[in-house]
Design a protein around this ligand. Sequence first.
Ligand code: SF4
Length: 442
Amino acid sequence: MPTAMEIYKLLPKKNCGECKFPTCLAFAMQLANQKVALEACPYVSPESKTILEESGAPPIRLVSFGLGGEPLKIGDETQLFRHDKTFYHPTVLGVIADDSEGLDRMKAKMEAAKAAAFERVGQRIRIDAVAVRHSSGSPQDFLEGVRHAAAMTFPVILMTEDPKLMAEALAMCTASKPLLWRATPQNLDAMVNVAKACAFPLAIGGAGSLDELSQLADKAKKAGVVDIVLDPGDSSAGKMLETLTIIRRAAVKKKFRPLGYPTMSVLGESVEDRMKAALGVMKYSSIVLMKEMPPESAYPLMTLRQNIFTDPQVPIQVKPGMYTVGEPNEKSPVLFTTNFSLTYFTVRADVEKSKIPVWLLVVDTDGQSVMTSFAAGKLTPESVAALIESEKVKEKSTRNEIVIPGMVSRMSGKLNELTGMKIVVGPRESSGLPKMLKSVAG
Ligand code: SF4
């Protein structure tokens, strides 16, 4: 965002107050702080407007597509390194259903992709999209595949370099707001016309070099396509990393607009492709498409993505308080852990394995794990005792006993003194809980 003085120089300097600010300088200051919109001044010249909009735009354009539920959002990233702040929009993962495989196989892959979802640390993660590709198969199978994808109400990417076939496919799934893949040096003008007619995002690729890719993107933008996704093409893992890093660096550090778009990697199914998919999730593919994504490849990839796209400054937390596992009663054991999501869900899963219903107290440690919060003084006998009191633990379980994590056995004496409860030191790792709970409850 430009400074207030840079904005002021581009304003009409009439000081008319129509923007609800007494002077143009006051308006410029508010605009620099993103408190008002440029449109509030009716007298900004078109040239100044273009300059201000360009300079105020994010370094990587936010692009959205796919209306099979929540639209998928990609781009709008501002960092080279996650630890500098955070990455915002998780890599979209998709499976390619290629018409060379025949319609039945295409449909089966789409259904499997939609079903591939699981819950981890309280979040639902899944494959996000299907890409229907026309390669050497029949155009009819391609169109039938598109029809099937649209009927699934799942985000779709249309993959053909034939503008006429693209227009036909588009007519079948307009409501899905698909991403169109792709415009190349050979079909740019025609594909741009298709994308402009529907105002859907367009992938640009097939270029011989990064320079050519940026020129194609610039040409498409000047022709009126605003939402662009860059496809630098398949290459070795090393080259892929280099290319995606150059694009991210040029966009974020140099504000080089022709490369200021989300990127995508279209991959096959080999072991190297799986490695490249992981690489793309880390640096810097906005979309990773794979020809095959079986569970043993998809699940680690989704887990990796979840780890990369969480805010490193904000641990994922669960709400502190009393939770139940199963249907505990007054004879059931009481345990406590912290409100760091990963800790909570790991403990919970291990308790569930025991099949013994328990009362599970979750202490507010600002999302820190047991050892970290104990060392930082956030997990104390006092904080545990206060929670036992506020959650009326002694009314819920009459055992007058609490199982504490083995790593904080040192708090036993003080906790016993504060609560009068018998303290049972649990295992150091929650994986030991099923065995231990059986002996405690038995
Ligand atoms: Fe200045 Fe425009 Fe505001 Fe008038 S409306 S004071 S010209 S910024």
